[in-house]
Design a protein around this ligand. Structure first.
Ligand code: PHE
Length: 456
């Protein structure tokens, strides 16, 4: 294999496989579980507008930079950054971008697998019929009983991690590529089916109004920050995932076009998920749309359990969540696996087992946060709260900031433009300007205000 042209791990079969894989990474618990409830809590339409602005002005430019770095380095984030810093004569400090990605990926995977395990549980729980006609209290009881049982949580976490390893062990083309080519169309099809169900059985108009009516007075400064932070999480940025995937991208594919497609698809899924969830919630008297994080696991089972055909569609719904989380978790593991194969010269199976075991062990902290260790808090936060805060609020923005500064300020524009390929120059210049000026300021602002909020 020619040095610099492709990675030792192989490549995506086509530009479309890259788009599907990166969309698979982006579309996850962030879209289906988090976006609907934060949009609902922050003024609906006004929040959606700010979130779209964040995706366009910060998310897309940083994603383009990440893909470019990955493709330029043609290796795992750590070794890609090593190669690039050497090539452009910059200090090894900047290799930290790669390291933060690999470490961040493992930390996120550790708790992501636990939450995805809950979705897995509800696939079976809904299908079993036990939630038929469930009252809110009964559904809350089911969820509480699940969280109180570490054995069951560990089993589910292990099962989900097993699914993740299964794909990543099979490699880039045969494993990840094949998986996303099956999973992503399935995910879209399921979403459309569920939207149809929501339109027939739910209160479509109420759901639409809740999500899209422009209520600027509901939007606070904190809400704007939530929108910014979420644009990072939902696009899988600042984490090495997109950089690792960029390393397997065909040489001549347009980065601008590809990244725009991914961002549009990710946003579309978030909006569709909102429109699949809220009409169903509003169709049931007494159910509240602002239930927060428990919306998905406590509110929806009640709603589905009391609708004709609800158990089947409820089960399908949680299957959809599982698939979305699955195609994201493989992108959390791949950067570390690729790094380990390159640097330790071990094979894919060993790298998967070592990193999978690490994520599993760390995940126990999240499992116990909901039962044995729920009282062991630091400044009011459990182990889970802290690992979530440390990754989402610290690592992702920090790495994103470094990427914007590195590509926007430290690399020579000539090198950057050459690495971007044949996209129209004026477009690339506009991108470079936004990356250099808008992104660092915006990210710095999220960072500063987020930290201030947290510790004041
Ligand atoms: N984007 C994923 C989601 O929305 C989460 C994720 C973050 C995946 C970072 C990979 C890297 O759920």
């Amino acid at each position: 294999m020619e040095e610099g042209r492709s990675s030792v791990h192989g490549s995506w079969a086509s530009r479309w496989t890259f788009i599907l894989a990166a969309t698979g990474s982006a579309v996850g618990l962030g879209n289906i579980w988090k976006f609907p409830y934060i949009a609902g809590e922050n003024g609906g339409g006004a929040f959606v507008l700010v979130y779209l602005l964040c995706v366009v002005l910060v998310g897309v430019p940083v994603m383009m930079a990440e893909v470019m770095l990955g493709r330029m380095g043609r290796a795992s984030p750590v070794n890609a950054m090593k190669k690039i810093t050497r090539q452009v004569g910059l200090h090894g400090f900047w290799n930290g971008i790669g390291w933060l990605g690999v470490v961040g990926g493992l930390l996120i995977l550790s708790y992501y697998a636990v939450i995805a395990g809950w979705a897995l549980y509800y696939v079976v729980e809904m299908a079993s019929g036990r939630l038929q006609g469930a009252t809110p209290a009964e559904a809350a009881g089911t969820f509480a009983a699940l969280l109180a049982d570490p054995g069951r949580l560990v089993f589910l976490q292990s099962a989900f991690l097993g699914l993740t390893l299964l794909v990543v062990v099979a490699g880039v083309s045969r494993g990840l590529g094949t998986a996303v080519r099956v999973m992503m169309p399935l995910l879209f099809a399921l979403l459309v089916v569920l939207l149809g169900f929501a339109a027939r059985q739910g209160d479509w108009q109420a759901g639409w109004d809740f999500l899209f009516s422009f209520r600027a007075d509901h939007l606070t400064g904190a809400g704007v920050l939530t929108a910014l932070g979420h644009s990072f999480f939902t696009l899988s940025l600042g984490m090495g995932a997109i950089m690792a995937y960029g390393a397997y991208m065909p040489e001549r594919a347009s980065i601008t076009g590809t990244v725009l497609t991914i961002a549009v698809l990710d946003t579309l899924v978030a909006l569709m998920a909102g429109m699949a969830i809220f009409p169903i919630v509003f169709a049931s008297p007494g159910m509240s749309p602002d239930a927060g994080p428990s919306l998905l696991f406590q509110t929806l089972p009640v709603v589905f359990g009391n609708m004709p055909g609800g158990l089947l569609f409820g089960s399908l719904f949680f299957f959809l969540v599982t698939i979305a989380a699955w195609s994201s978790s493989i992108s959390l593991l791949e950067p570390g696996v690729a790094w380990m194969i390159e640097s330790w010269r071990v094979n894919r199976v060993v790298a998967n087992l070592v990193l999978g075991a690490l994520a599993w062990l760390l995940g126990l902290g999240t499992v116990f946060s909901f039962n044995w260790w729920s009282g062991a808090t630091l400044a009011g936060g459990t182990f889970f709260d802290w690992i979530d805060f440390f990754t989402s609020s610290l690592l992702l923005p920090l790495t994103g900031l470094f990427i914007a500064v590195f590509v926007g300020w430290l690399m020579r524009p000539g090198t950057v433009f050459a690495a971007m390929g044949d996209d129209p120059r004026p477009l690339l210049r506009a991108w470079h300007w936004v990356l250099a000026w808008i992104c660092p300021v915006a990210i710095f602002a999220i960072f500063a205000v987020g930290l201030y909020n947290k510790f004041h």
